[in-house]
Design a protein around this ligand. Structure first.
Ligand SMILES: Cc1cc2nc3c(=O)[nH]c(=O)nc-3n(C[C@H](O)[C@H](O)[C@H](O)COP(=O)(O)OP(=O)(O)OC[C@H]3O[C@@H](n4cnc5c(N)ncnc54)[C@H](O)[C@@H]3O)c2cc1C
Length: 444
């Protein structure tokens, strides 16, 4: 079916606006549509910027690739089509004592999308990226060949497609190795951080003791409180408990909020409430894996809180330098700019070598922030942050990007020349064309 869509599909940041010819894909054995312009796979659109968009051209909507092919409850090896979501996998396998070995901060992403961005979770320091659980996948190319890619077959294509931004062809199905759990609960702990130094001290202390860790920062803190917030860490409960659980309904966000909604006073109130939700300096408990891994999934389409102008997520990784260095510089700069970020998440990346030629994680610390789109003012702030990231030898995450410059992307991507020959000539994206043109896009 061919249809022109003007409102959906969109990216999670709801910018830039794009229109597409949409082609739902319903079966892994179906051929690619014959089209005159380029195509790009589109999963659940949880990428924030334009890496999942192909403005004016074709999108292959992969959610119809939703079949389970095989699951072995003894070995935890799952073979499924690429449009199956991580939420659907967890719902089925966790009651059988299996879990994903790496999961991002939302469960509403497809297997294909998780591979194409080689997503990371709260355990990068222990487990690396999503690709570590990928045993193989099938790639459908525009010349109608189907390639089984793994660490032993079509290895180069395997490593190019992991983190390959959907440009190397359509992943139709994948085989994943899941990990054992004996409980759906996480033994978790929240610890107050009074400044950035506490983050680094807690990260060091946690490195060998906890599988998962992440920090939420108060984006309005400054001076001696810069980097204050809550450090969250946890492990799967090792004591067996009932593995079954019931899904709770999500809070609906039916339409875009008005533009005044997420202004500074609201952000201030939220940051105050969040930082004071922890009574005392630390809290230990047991919680279900859903709120632990996916606190934002409590609301459906929460991106609509930012209104129709959308928002930017800025995620960078920079080397760790003592207890501050470039991360401190970035936080200081944001605090001085007066532009509040609603959500600020800080994590440590470990030093496991990435599997994808374009995989984003590299050793250091990664900071993700959401900025409401205020046009040139917001763009200018992020351009200044780019300079700090660039000077430190860091990088920006394409899955979260709508405005980095092509020349910066080339600097952040040392394996680009090795990757380019693997691009399918019939595939492209708005992000990719923007990178080729070499300049950043306007704000909406
Ligand atoms: C609340 C929230 C939290 C997040 N937390 C994290 C996090 O902690 N870590 C992290 O790494 N990311 C995180 N992300 C980003 C998200 O995990 C990635 O953008 C993910 O790739 C989105 O998957 P998707 O199915 O929505 O794919 P889309 O966004 O639709 O597409 C992503 C890319 O995958 C390609 N693609 C999709 N399906 C296929 C296929 N079948 N074959 C080939 N290519 C395909 C697309 O072409 C595109 O390039 C978060 C996003 C949100 C909204």
């Amino acid at each position: 079916m061919l249809r022109m869509s003007t409102s959906t599909p969109a990216s999670w940041g709801q910018l830039p606006k794009a229109t597409h010819f949409c082609h739902p894909v319903h079966h892994r054995l179906a051929p690619l549509p014959s089209v005159e312009s380029s195509m790009l796979p589109y999963g659940l659109g949880r990428s924030y910027g334009d890496s999942c968009l192909n403005d004016g051209e074709n999108l292959l909507l992969t959610r119809g690739l939703d079949h389970w092919i095989a699951f072995d409850p003894e070995s935890g090896i799952l073979q499924c089509e690429a449009g199956v979501s991580l939420a659907e996998i967890l719902e089925k396998v966790s009651p059988m004592g299996w879990f994903l070995s790496v999961t991002p901060g939302t469960r509403f992403v497809t297997v294909g999308g998780a591979i194409a961005n080689d997503v990371h979770g709260k355990n990068h320091h222990k487990a690396g990226c999503f690709s570590t659980c990928v045993l193989d996948f099938e790639l459908l190319r525009s010349d109608e060949t189907r390639q089984l890619c793994s660490r032993s077959e079509n290895q180069e294509r395997f490593h190019a497609t992991i983190g390959g931004l959907g440009l190397t062809g359509l992943i139709t199905r994948a085989t994943l190795q899941l990990k054992r759990i004996v409980s759906p609960l996480i033994a978790s702990e929240q610890v107050r951080m009074r400044h950035l130094g506490d983050f680094f001290a807690l990260a060091d202390e946690t490195h060998d003791t906890h599988e998962y860790c992440v920090a939420w920062l108060d984006g309005l803190a400054s001076g001696t409180s810069l980097g204050s917030g809550i450090f969250i860490r946890g492990n799967h409960l090792e004591e067996p408990t009932d593995l079954t659980w019931k899904k709770k309904p999500m809070l609906p966000v039916p339409c875009n909020a008005p533009s005044w909604f997420l202004r500074k006073p609201f952000i201030k109130a939220f940051n105050y409430a969040y930082s004071h939700k922890l009574r005392g300096d630390r809290h230990q408990g047991r919680e279900h894996f859903l709120p632990f891994f996916y606190p934002l999934d409590v609301a459906d389409r929460w991106n609509r809180f930012y209104g129709k102008k959308g928002f930017f997520q800025y995620q960078c990784v920079v080397p760790r330098v003592g207890d501050g260095g470039p991360i401190r510089e970035i936080l200081e700069h944001i605090s001085q700019s007066g532009q509040a970020s609603f959500l600020n998440v800080l994590k440590v990346f470990g030093d496991l070598p990435p599997e994808g030629l374009l995989s984003f994680p590299r050793p250091g610390v990664t900071l993700a922030m959401d900025f409401p789109n205020r046009g040139p003012e917001t763009l200018a702030l992020m351009t200044r942050l780019d300079e700090i990231v660039m000077a430190s030898g860091g990088a920006l995450y394409p899955a979260k990007d709508a405005r980095m410059r092509g020349e910066d992307f080339r600097t952040f991507t040392p394996n680009l020349d090795q990757f380019i020959p693997h691009i399918d000539p019939a595939f492209s994206s708005s992000f990719w064309r923007r990178m080729e043109r070499g300049h950043s896009c306007p704000s909406g």
